[in-house]
Design a protein around this ligand. Structure first.
Ligand SMILES: [Zn+2]
Length: 325
């Protein structure tokens, strides 16, 4: 493994030159590397973190489609060139992201493996192997055995292909068992949660709420006490609210969430909830942070999930995908 020495002024707030050592994945080392190669340049900006991404999913006009491991690695490399240094992959078709090996030029990847959802409650193109409730724990443990540090459960979803009647996918008892089993193996549970049942979902022991359009103040307080993270995916919420082609009930839910988020996002940050910046399949880290700033009524920027500036758009801003993934 090679390593680099960096002598530079840290952007945006540094005022003097400092020295760091990083490995050939760009990960900072905690001690000097004696044979490190000196990097040229005078300034350094840390990479951005995307806490809710799907590199193994390609947006398409007819709905999202699955990528293979080679195409997934190519997508990750493209994001790295745009400034993304850390990616939390919250679900991939068949868990294909777990097959992408770490390599120079790729972001640091934490992958959740396959989507955990029952038949008829997720995009069929992405749900390679549906997971019924009695298989939930075993399926999660299998992904952890493959290297997943998180597992991703679709906690609620509309019935597909109609995209109507959103409902919980698994019982709270099953979610509780899932969380206990994952935690016993040192993994964490991220849950797609968009309904008001999110309060009970937090009680089940999950580690991060994805989207959270059904959150209220009481649940935010509970999440703060338990250090449950929240990835509001504001780009996704806003795009759905403004999309005349979206189903009316989902537009209404998204509009209501957008209004509530004006209060809840700053409140969550104030209380210490780890609020993460994640783009899902619709946005960029830059826009995500801008939307979050617009929701901070005090005028103070509440920052990105990584508390670093968002300078580099990650994806084609014209790319559109109307549904939360
Ligand atoms: Zn997603």
């Amino acid at each position: 493994m090679g390593s680099w020495r960096v002598d530079a002024v840290e952007l945006p707030y540094g005022d003097r030159r400092n020295t760091w050592w990083v490995d050939d994945h760009g990960v900072r080392l905690d001690r000097p590397a004696p044979d490190a190669e000196q990097l040229p340049g005078r300034f350094v900006a840390w990479g951005l973190a995307d806490a809710h991404a799907h590199p193994a999913i390609a947006p398409a006009a007819g709905g999202p489609t699955a990528r293979d491991a080679t195409a997934t690695a190519a997508q990750l490399a493209a994001w790295a060139r745009e400034g993304i240094a850390v990616v939390r992959d919250v679900g991939s078709p068949g868990g294909v992201s777990l097959d992408v090996a770490a390599a120079p030029g790729l972001p640091f990847l934490t992958a959740a493996g396959r989507f955990l959802a029952p038949a008829g409650r997720y995009f069929p193109e992405l749900l390679v192997d549906p997971v019924e409730e009695d298989e939930l724990v075993a399926a999660a443990l299998a992904e952890i055995g493959r290297g997943a540090r998180w597992v991703k459960v679709i906690g609620d979803f509309p019935r597909v292909p109609e995209f109507t009647d959103p409902a919980m996918t698994y019982s709270l008892a099953a979610l509780t068992q899932l969380c206990e089993a994952a935690h016993a193996r040192g993994a964490r549970v991220a849950i797609h949660a968009t309904l008001e049942e999110v309060d009970a979902v937090v009680d089940a022991g999950v580690d991060s709420i994805e989207h959270g359009t059904g959150l209220d103040e009481a649940t935010i307080v509970k999440m703060a006490a338990r250090r449950v993270a929240w990835t509001p995916t504001l780009c996704a919420a806003v795009s759905l609210a403004d999309d005349p082609a979206a189903p009316p009930d989902r537009r209404r839910i998204a509009n209501e969430a957008r209004e509530r988020f004006r209060e809840l996002v700053p409140m969550a940050v104030r209380l210490g909830v780890p609020v993460l910046a994640g783009t899902d399949a619709v946005g960029t880290i830059a826009r995500e942070v801008a939307l979050r700033r617009a929701r901070a009524r005090s005028g103070r920027c509440v920052g990105g999930g990584d508390h670093r500036p968002a300078r580099v758009p990650r994806r084609d801003p014209e790319a559109r995908q109307h549904r939360h993934l």
